[in-house]
Design a protein around this ligand. Sequence first.
Ligand SMILES: [Zn+2]
Ligand SMILES: [Zn+2]
Length: 134
Amino acid sequence: MITGRCECGNVQYQIDGEITDYSHCHCSQCRRMHGAAFASFAGVVRRQFKYRSGESDLTVYNSSKSHKRVFCRVCGSNIRVDLSDYPDELYIAMGTMNDNPKLPPGYHIYVGSKAPWFEITDNLPRYHEEPQDD
Ligand SMILES: [Zn+2]
Ligand SMILES: [Zn+2]
C-alpha cells in the first residue's frame, strides 16, 4: 500500500495497488500550480485510491475542460489531477507520497512548454505534448 498526505496533514490518502504510469509534466499550468520546474505524477487505478481524512478540506480547480486539479485548501498542496478522458485513472502528485513506491519507467511530457531556465539532463523519453495511445 502507498500512502501520502498534504503539507498540513489534514488530507491523507492511500492507494491499494501499484503505480501504473509515471511522468514529469512541463506544461505551464503544472509549473505554476506546483511552483516548480515541472510536476511529477503517478498514474493509479481510481478504484484503488481512497482518502483517509481531510476530504472536506479539498478544493477543485478546473484548469481546463478535461482537467480537474484537486488540492488542500488549507496548505495549498496539489494532491491529484482527474482527467475526464481517463475516468478509470487518477494522477497523483508524486511529491505528496510518503513512501518510495516502485515506479514504472518515467517520461517527460509537454517539453514544448518547458521552463527556459530548466534543462532536462536525463535520457527518459520526451514528448512535445502527450504520448499518443493507440
Ligand atoms: Zn493541507
Ligand atoms: Zn502539466
